[in-house]
Design a protein around this ligand. Structure first.
Ligand SMILES: [Zn+2]
Length: 204
C-alpha cells in the first residue's frame, strides 16, 4: 500500500486510507492540464517591444519564436511540473512494465500542445493508479510532483478539477462540500473540505 500522506495509519481503517490516497492521487493529476498551461510565451516583455510592433510581428508571422518572454514564476512553476511529471512517468512505466506517454523534453511553448500532453499523462495515470505500489523511488517522485502541482495551482486562476461529487454539508444541508489538497506544515498534502454554499470548513 502506498505511504499515506499525513493521516496516522492507526487513525482510519486501511481500506478507507487507501481510497483516500487514490482520491488524493486523482485530485493532483487532474490539475495537470491547468497547471502546465502557463508557458513562457503567454507573457511577453512589454518594455522591449511596444504592443503595436508586437501585433504586427505576430500577424506577420514567423517571429513568435524570437519574441522576448517573461520568465515569470507561473512559467517556471509549469516547467517544474513538466520536468517532475516526465520523470515520474518514466519511472512509473518502468516499475509497472507499461509504456507511458513520453513527454517532450521541454514544456512546449504552445499552450494547447502542452495541455494535450498533460491530458494524455492524466489519462494514463488515472488508468494505472490502482496498480501503483509504494515503491520508494516512485513515492519520492510522486511527493515532489504533487508538491509542485499544488504550488503551481496556487499561482494560477484556472479553477480546480474535481471528480468527487460535492458531499452533504452538515451545517446547511446542501450537497456542496468540496475537497481540496493543500500544503501542510511539513510540506505534505493535507485534505481540506469546505462548503461552497455556507462556507463551513471541515477539518479532517
Ligand atoms: Zn454548507
Amino acid at each position: 500500500m502506498p505511504e499515506l500522506l499525513t493521516i496516522p495509519e492507526n487513525a482510519i481503517d486501511p481500506d478507507a486510507a487507501y481510497e483516500q490516497w487514490v482520491a488524493s492521487f486523482l485530485w493532483h493529476i487532474d490539475q495537470l492540464p491547468n497547471v502546465v498551461q502557463a508557458t513562457g510565451t503567454v507573457a511577453m516583455a512589454p518594455r522591449m517591444i511596444r504592443a503595436q510592433q508586437l501585433r504586427e510581428r505576430v500577424s506577420g508571422g514567423g517571429y513568435v519564436d524570437n519574441m522576448p518572454v517573461v520568465d515569470g514564476p507561473e512559467s517556471r512553476n509549469a516547467a517544474a511540473v513538466w520536468q517532475a511529471l516526465r520523470g515520474y512517468l518514466t519511472v512509473a512505466a518502468s516499475r509497472l512494465g507499461i509504456e507511458a506517454p513520453l513527454l517532450p523534453a521541454m514544456l512546449p511553448d504552445d499552450v494547447e500542445h502542452a495541455r494535450r500532453w498533460a491530458y494524455a499523462a492524466n489519462e494514463w495515470l488515472a488508468t494505472v493508479v490502482y496498480d501503483i505500489l509504494d515503491w520508494p523511488d516512485l513515492t519520492a517522485l510522486q511527493d515532489e510532483l504533487f508538491r509542485l502541482i499544488r504550488r503551481a495551482r496556487t499561482r494560477l486562476d484556472t479553477g480546480t478539477i474535481r471528480r468527487a461529487r460535492p458531499e452533504l454539508c452538515d451545517t446547511c444541508g446542501e450537497h456542496a462540500v468540496i475537497v481540496d489538497w493543500v500544503d501542510g506544515p511539513d510540506g505534505g498534502a493535507v485534505l481540506t473540505r469546505s462548503c461552497r454554499m455556507c462556507g463551513e470548513a471541515y477539518v479532517q
